[in-house]
Design a binder for this molecule. Sequence first.
Ligand code: GLN
Length: 337
Amino acid sequence: MTRDGGGERLGRLGPATTREQARRALADAFEAAGLPCAGLDARVLTCAALGIDHADLVREPDRAVGPAGEALRELARRRLRREPVSRIVGVREFWGLRLEIDRHVLDPRPDTETLVEAVLARAVARGAETLRILDLGTGSGAILCGLLRGLPEAFGVGVDASAGACATARRNLIATGLSGRAAILCGNWSDALCGRFDIIVSNPPYIPSSEIGSLDEEVFAHDPLLALDGGEDGLDAYRAIAPRLASCLAADGLVALEIGATQSASVSAIIGSAGFSPPETVRDLAGRDRVVLAEREDAARPQPASRTEKVGRSAARRVATEGAMRQRLALSASSGF
Ligand code: GLN
């Protein structure tokens, strides 16, 4: 198998080629080039170029591709150059949501769903009704969208240093119907924020600079460097975030940080020295350390309340939070939200 072999197999693809023949030609070309999910990639790209869904492809496999054949050939060539399918079609499924991605944002990985799942489980266990969430380095807004979807009464703020990423995150919040409960700010971590959040999450850049060149070509050539490069030892972002947490986190707040598979001890030490109880590490579905979770050391956890107390407190807190959120929304109005 050659790395860029397979391209010549696309030559036969013309306007009279049927949908099924085209799909097959792509699958063969991808297989010859050693792409691991050749069949699936071929089906997704065929549908994308023709503007049809998978059911259409199955229903009418013998229809000619027509002029779209040329577009399909171009998409296939991009895939043969190792561009990920999600980037070619501009869409990534994350936590059941269809998110737009582009060159400004990290392609959200299934690994990151581990963070969303772990935070949702703890948020629900606490029984807190209205939560304020802060996502540092929000990128496409994937984590924020996932959490807001799972916590229908929560509000969220996403921050990113990249204006392009902020624009993409805003579009994703709008497309997923969550923009009414969120604001996106362009800035350096939490520097532009005051006020406290119940949950702070981040999937910061954590790849050591010297290892970026040895990542899969699909990653290093297509994910933005800003979202990958964690400095010499990969830990720069955690060192930047840790001292900022104290002023942004509520007394019983929760922090959840995505980490690289070998970083649990180092990140736990950084977070621990910022006044947090010994952090817990959560593994992803492949069994690799993936998330560090920590609570404030001074956490004064509320006693379980009676139902009436709970409802009253929830309403009061919601009013206070909405006020604070409106202020933040006003802050971000100039950036188009
Ligand atoms: N999980 C990504 C990768 O391994 C890196 C994401 C990050 O640095 N936050 O390629």
